[in-house]
Ligand binder design. Structure first.
Ligand code: NAD
Length: 499
């Protein structure tokens, strides 16, 4: 676990190094105190990372997929051994509870596990006799240097959506983690080295938007994977595409959970509690809107309110904590402003999480669980992503009104429905204009061997992350057509060949 006042550098070519002396404070969200510093990279750091990644790629791309897979298997073992430490690194800088942090590392680890199967995943396709005596096959080749830019809310899991697959495919990878909680990614990089990954295949470059812009504008960087807020995702997508790079840019969300009148209400309330308030609502798959259909609304609001009041809000060091602080004092103020706006615009504030005070942690960025009822689609708290423990209940007359709300919202990351009606559920999964859909589950996050990605303003680009989509994103398709005729000369052909 982190010591106090530690110094975070870059991880380049297997070493912790930074040229830059320009440091940013790392703040413990539970206390508001500085616990460390991270060096914000400058041009020389960037150049060193590119040089290292370029050299490493030459050899790594020629290592056989089976040998790569063995290193990744070792990496999996090493992460498992270090999991408690990794979870503490996440919690100490992010603030989420230790069990939640551990869960997020495990979800990342599952992508590492998936990447162990890379020899199978890269097998390609083969057709004999596409024409007489002609065979054709397709192979997937690595891109070169791939880069990833990640958000603060999952400092282990989101980078692990990207680099294990990119590296398994034979690329070198530069990670630019969030400057708010960078420690975990450095430990993940060290563990990869300890597992036998050659130096320079995985480099971590710390910094803020300046270093991101260098990555976007560097011709040697072939692909950009981004996860973060929608305005930045859109910018990343546009600049990367303009520069001819392959890009996947995942943005923000406003996930709706529909509760039908025939739903198992206890199941729905339990699901909503974890999905709305877990990790203080700082998850891109958090449920921030509950759509209560028909006459279930009063009971739903009452039960959520009762349960939310019993939630234990505490720092991650408290083993009974169910919800920790939000990331920064600025973010806490932003969330509190949204709560005020919600009230002013006419929503009913059932439970107000402002002014929560935790003994011994008065300067921490805590916001208590907050519940609004009678929210309507024209309100700011409905339209915008709050990214905090604020749940809005919207009342809908019927199912059609509920699905129309979801389909007309600008975000399209995740959604879920609680019902006991199979026909409604089938209609919902087929017709909701959303990338990840759940039925009687609150957070439909796909497993590593499926792919993660939203629609509309929640993803810019053509590929979702991890699973076979990840393999496609991090490789170029090549198709070969080959003939070995006995007599070489058959004369020129001037018409399109048909078989
Ligand atoms: P953010 O957009 O502020 O930052 C993300 C990354 O981009 C960071 O590494 C940051 O240094 C960099 N960055 C910030 N501003 C930049 C700029 N102007 N130019 C270039 N780079 C810039 O996001 P955040 O606050 O760290 O994370 C929270 C957001 O991420 C939320 O909106 C959340 O919904 C989203 N998120 C989405 C997913 C998903 O899968 N769709 C997953 C996790 C988080």
């Amino acid at each position: 676990m982190s010591k106090k006042n530690y110094q975070i550098k870059n991880y380049i070519n297997g070493n912790h190094v930074s040229v830059s002396n320009n440091n940013l404070d790392i703040i413990d969200p539970s206390t508001g105190e500085k616990i460390g510093e991270v060096a914000l990279s400058e041009v020389k750091d960037f150049e060193n990372a590119i040089k290292s990644s370029e050299t490493a790629y030459q050899n790594w791309s020629e290592v056989t997929p089976l040998k790569r897979s063995r290193i990744i298997s070792k990496y999996k073992e090493n992460i498992e051994k270090d999991i408690q430490n990794l979870a503490k690194l996440v919690s100490s800088e992010h603030g989420k509870t230790l069990e939640d942090a551990k869960g997020s590392v495990i979800r990342g680890l599952e992508v590492v596990e998936f990447a162990c199967g890379i020899p199978h995943l890269l097998k390609g396709e083969f057709s004999q006799n596409v024409g007489t005596g002609i065979d054709s096959w397709s192979i997937r080749q690595p891109l070169g240097i791939a880069a990833g830019i990640t958000p603060f809310n999952f400092p282990a899991m989101v980078p692990m959506w990207m680099y294990p697959i990119a590296i398994a495919c034979g690329n070198s990878f530069i990670l630019k983690p969030s400057e708010k909680d960078p420690s975990c990614s450095l430990r993940l990089a060290e563990l990869f080295s300890e597992s036998g990954l050659p130096d320079g295949v995985f480099n971590v470059l710390n910094g803020d938007k300046d270093i991101v812009n260098m990555l976007l504008n560097e011709p040697k960087v072939q692909s950009i994977s981004f996860v973060g807020s929608t305005p930045v995702a859109k910018y990343i997508y546009e600049v990367s595409a303009k520069n001819g790079k392959r890009v996947q840019a995942l943005g923000g969300a406003k996930n709706h959970l529909v509760v039908m009148p025939d739903a198992n209400i206890d199941l729905a309330v339990d699901g909503i509690m974890g999905a709305a308030y877990g990790s203080a609502g700082e998850r891109c798959m958090a449920v921030s809107v509950a759509v209560a259909v028909g006459d279930i609304a009063d009971q739903l609001v009452e039960e959520i309110n009762n349960k939310a009041q019993t939630l234990k809000v505490a720092p991650w060091t408290d083993p009974d904590a169910e919800m920790g602080p939000v990331i920064s004092i600025e973010h806490k103020q932003k969330i509190e402003n949204y709560i005020e706006t919600g009230k002013k615009e006419g929503a009913r504030l059932v439970l107000d999480g402002r002014n929560i005070s935790i003994q011994g942690y008065e300067k921490g960025n805590f916001v208590g669980p907050t519940l609004f009822d009678n929210v309507t689609k024209d309100m700011t708290i409905y339209k915008e992503e709050i990214f905090g423990p604020v749940l809005s209940v919207v009342r809908a007359k019927n199912y059609e009104e509920a699905i129309n709300l979801i389909n007309s919202h600008s975000y399209g990351n995740g959604t879920s429905i609680y019902t006991s009606d199979g026909e409604i559920s089938r209609h919902f999964t087929t017709n909701s204009n959303i990338g990840m859909v759940g039925v009687n589950v609150p957070i439909p996050v796909p497993m590593a061997f499926h792919s993660f990605g939203g629609w509309k303003q929640s993803l810019f680009g053509d590929h979702a992350m991890h699973g076979t989509e990840g393999v496609k994103f991090y490789t170029k398709l090549k198709t070969v057509t080959s003939r070995w005729p006995k007599s070489i000369r058959s004369g020129p052909e001037f018409v399109m060949p048909t078989n």
